[in-house]
Structures are given as structure tokens and as C-alpha cells.
Design a protein around this ligand. Structure first.
Ligand code: FES
Length: 87
């Protein structure tokens, strides 16, 4: 049977997410910690909605809260902070 990827960035399958839910994950953050779904390049923009739908099968959708957002960071030179340079 062909695998169905829910999180394409981290290559997490539907089966892995179902196993995480069966293992006790009841939040998006819990699924993220168990499977890495949502930690990829798009930071969950693609997969979060699908995972929310899967979680809604086992708990009230109103109780599903979005995971903590951590925007990507990049290293900058001290001079950029001090001088206010842009780049
Ligand atoms: S598809 Fe899941 S993090 Fe991008």
C-alpha cells in the first residue's frame, strides 16, 4: 500500500500520525514532538490543517489549539544591531 504523507517537509505519514494519536497525543504540539510533523521548512503551513482534521476525530475541534509559533532566525552581525544596518 502506498504511503500517504501528511507532512511533506518531514515525510511524516498518515499512519505515523495515527500512531501518535493512539499513543496519547491529544494536541498539535504532542503530535509534533512525537513525529516532527510541522517542524519542516513550511513550519506547518501545509500539514497543520490536515493534522487538526485528524485530531478532530478524537477530540472536540474547539479544544484544539495551535502550537507555539517559533519563526526562523538567522545570524546577524553585531554591527547590524549597533549601526542599524540592513544586511
Ligand atoms: S508540510 Fe509539515 S512542516 Fe511543511
Amino acid at each position: 500500500m502506498k504511503e500517504e504523507y501528511i507532512c511533506r517537509c518531514e515525510e511524516v505519514t498518515r499512519k505515523e500520525i495515527e500512531e501518535a494519536i493512539a499513543d496519547g497525543a491529544t494536541t498539535l504540539a504532542g503530535i509534533k514532538r512525537r513525529t516532527r510533523a510541522g517542524m519542516g521548512l513550511c513550519q506547518g503551513r501545509t500539514c497543520q490543517r490536515l493534522i487538526t482534521q485528524m485530531l478532530a476525530n478524537v477530540k472536540d475541534k474547539a479544544e484544539i489549539t495551535p502550537p507555539t509559533s517559533r519563526p526562523p532566525v538567522r545570524a546577524i552581525k553585531i554591527g547590524e544591531i549597533v549601526e542599524g544596518e540592513d544586511e
